[in-house]
Design a protein around this ligand. Sequence first.
Ligand code: DGT
Ligand code: CA
Ligand code: ZN
Length: 574
Amino acid sequence: MPIHNSDVAQIFNDIGDLLEIQGENQFRIRAYRTAAQTVSGLGENLSAKVEKGEDLSNISGIGKDLADKIAIVLETGSLPMLDNLKRKTPGELITIMKIGGLGGKRVKKIYDELGTATLDQLKQAASAGKISSLPGFGTKTEQSILEGIEQVKQGQGRRLWAEVEETVNALVDYLHQARKVKKVTVAGSFRRRKETVHDIDVLATCSKGSNIMDHFTSFDEIDKVVSRGETRSTVVMRSGLQADLRVVPQVSYGAALHYFTGSKEHNIAIRKRGVKRGLTINEYGVFRKKDRVAGKTEQEVYAAVKLPYIEPELRENREEIETAEQSTLPELIVQDDIRGDLHMHSVYTDGRESIESMVKAGRQRGYDYVAITDHSRHVTVANGLDVKRLRKEIEEIDSLNDSINGMHVLKGIELDILEDGSLDLPDEVLKELDIAMCSIHYKFNLSQKQQTERVIKAMDNRYFTALSHPTGRIINDRPPYEIDVNRILEAAAERGCFVEVNGQPDRLDLADHYCRAASERGVKCILSTDAHSAGNLDFMRHAVAQARRGWLQADDVVNTRTYTDLKKILTQRR
Ligand code: DGT
Ligand code: CA
Ligand code: ZN
């Protein structure tokens, strides 16, 4: 049975979570979390590497110990260390941890204070208002815990898009091997590029005599077949992810793809437009009375209701139909528009590779420039830079720029915004830099007013370039801190500051509706990866997807500029 990188990553993430529940030290927890990130951002399959005889401990960030553990997972599909940790974890804390927005640290805190080890105990405590009375927890968290409990109970957990990608690709590849299969397409929220997906909707067309359903239900990555029919089957994959396969006739393909891509709200609105024009629209086609008038392609479906094609990322019934009607849909940004990555770390702090190899990786991706933005001194767990070490890094970048051609390395910092809104390093060194990505990494629990003012005060500094991961959320793990994003955007517009769309798969911060709000206010975004390894530079496609869902065009994004224009836009506040 093939083990995917995402399987290994999941095991390491689970270990990180469980160690957190056990109250282990932050460095050890971080080691597993970063290993999980490294593995998922690797680009190349671990099993393939092993087959080629490669030594996994040569992967930067993966030491001998982790390499051995990976080898065990690749061989056996599990890891005794994880099983041991699970045994040592009381009650249902592991399940509780899956509640969106909680995460190990908070689960431990609630458990330590209230002794709630099961979902039912947690529910009782939350209903009785005991959680909101704990320091650092509010009624909002309490409410989301109650909702989370219900979702977990109904098995409605949502997974990160990037977490399911590998499984989905494996399934699609496998389905292509069925006899007489023609098209295989993933629809649903996965195609719309939502941050998280609940289940996978696959469509296929094939000619007579195909064995696709048998082929599907005998996939060796399937845990259980829930239902099996001629045109529709449902299975649960080994990872717990549910997948539906629907086989549709060629003539219905576009209509089916449109229907199963959704969103449901978009579909309903399109169907209403159809009704006004005397058309019935469903997953089989577009019909006038009994005649099929369209349905082979999605374009046909839209044309039938007098609309241009609408990209899947926009199909949420958030005015995309009205906008399409006026032919003013945005021309969504694409990966090729991106000329560089402006947020990444190196071995100077918690990145795993030298500046040189990060630059090389940027070049391999066709970039004109990259910015090295290591952490500033306040982030001690990441070995953040003080003035002296930053100057050393600046020197290294200067001499690197002297020795390379066709590529520019910007001198940057991921600069902590301190509690009082001041910046973590003095202006005299900031002015030597090209870019400062400014972040909040502590004091998440300020009131909305305080947090918002903290950031606005930081923006008053002329060396503040962009607010990095602006709301601090970790999807399925940590809610955003209380902050008035609209006020932040107004302040950014007034001051000429930018906001980041962070491409880490569990951040995707800004959220899509805030991307749109930014562009409506004329605030430019920086799409970046926050890479901690060379492989992580591939997270740019997640940032691009998020930006597309946020209606952004190339012009809304700083790092679509040429190097010359970038330099101009980065110095305009100084
Ligand atoms: P998910 O799975 O929760 O991440 O989100 P989706 O959008 O993939 O939702 P899902 O899997 O329940 O259904 C796939 C698509 O099928 C959905 O996006 C639109 C379509 N669909 C499902 N139920 C309905 C419905 O009752 N009416 C209409 N018009 N379309 C529906
Ligand atoms: Ca779905
Ligand atoms: Zn960073």
